[in-house]
Design a protein around this ligand. Structure first.
Ligand SMILES: COc1ccc(/C(C)=C/C(=O)O)cc1
Ligand SMILES: [Zn+2]
Length: 261
């Protein structure tokens, strides 16, 4: 089902338009954020994340990234406020990263990339019945983007890197309960926000992006653990390391980026 796509020379971002024409649409993501061109909106309130009773279920390798899924059967773990008219339910989070020393984030700031970018994907369960339906609606998803820069060890990221060996191959999945993503947030929730899309096929233009200005610090060693994951399946004799799984910035096409402050 669906078309094969990846991050290589033949199946990478510059070829996605063939099977997913919306790749050339008017609200594609990621973008380059230029802080002094962002408009400071006084009526843009703070965002609030309430992940305390969230229920992580599993962690898996989908052949594109490593994904932690959550139980989204009620409003236990939501993001609200800021540009959002409703609370949006946490569905999953995943990462994008580079090769050794290479950039790896999807959004850039004044042309500068970061080593990695964490995406917490939420959906508008007030207006839509299912995640699938929300993922195709213009206000269906809210993705909280957090930049990762290399520096000291992140005190909680080891809870994820310690289990990556269990999901080395595409299609592998294992239990991952009781993880609260609050521990991955930086101290400041100041953000930029704009209307965009999924950054992987099907590239639906359904995302209200909320990008935190403050990166979190992770060590080169922790980041290196992500690079031991493979794009390929266990029985595939071609072992392709999972790295550089990021889409480059797309044309802004007249969109406005707003800043919380
Ligand atoms: C319902 O199908 C979906 C496929 C992908 C995605 C995401 C969340 C893609 C991305 O992270 O860019 C959501 C729904
Ligand atoms: Zn992503």
């Amino acid at each position: 089902t669906g078309h094969h796509w990846g991050y290589g020379k033949e199946d990478g971002p510059s070829s996605w338009y063939r099977n997913y024409p919306v790749a050339e649409g008017n609200r594609q993501s990621p973008i380059d954020i230029v802080p002094n061109e962002a408009s400071h909106d006084r009526d843009l309130g703070p965002i609030m994340t309430n992940y305390d009773h969230c229920t992580s279920i599993n962690i898996s390798n989908n052949g594109h990234s490593v994904v932690v899924e959550f139980n989204d059967s009620d409003d236990r773990s939501v993001i609200k406020g800021g540009p959002l008219d409703n609370p949006y339910r946490l569905k999953q989070f995943h990462f994008h990263w580079g090769g050794k020393g290479h950039e790896g984030s999807e959004h850039t700031v004044s042309g500068e990339g970061f080593a990695s970018e964490l995406h917490l994907v939420h959906w508008n369960a007030v207006k839509y019945k299912t995640y699938g339906e929300a993922s195709t609606a213009p206000d269906g998803l809210a993705v909280l983007g957090i930049f990762l820069e290399t520096g000291d060890d992140h005190r909680w990221l080891h809870m994820i890197t310690d289990v990556l060996y269990m999901v080395k191959y595409k299609g592998s999945i294992t239990d991952f309960k009781g993880f609260n993503p609050n521990c991955l947030l930086p101290s400041s929730l100041h953000y930029w926000t704009y209307l965009g899309s999924l950054t992987t096929p099907p590239l639906h233009e359904s995302v209200i992006w909320i990008i935190l200005k403050e990166p979190i610090e992770v060590s080169e060693k922790q980041l290196g653990m992500f690079r031991m994951l493979l794009f390929t399946e266990e029985d595939d004799d071609q072992k392709m390391r999972m790295e550089n799984n990021f889409r480059p910035p797309q044309p802004i096409k007249g969109r406005r980026v707003r800043s919380s402050n």
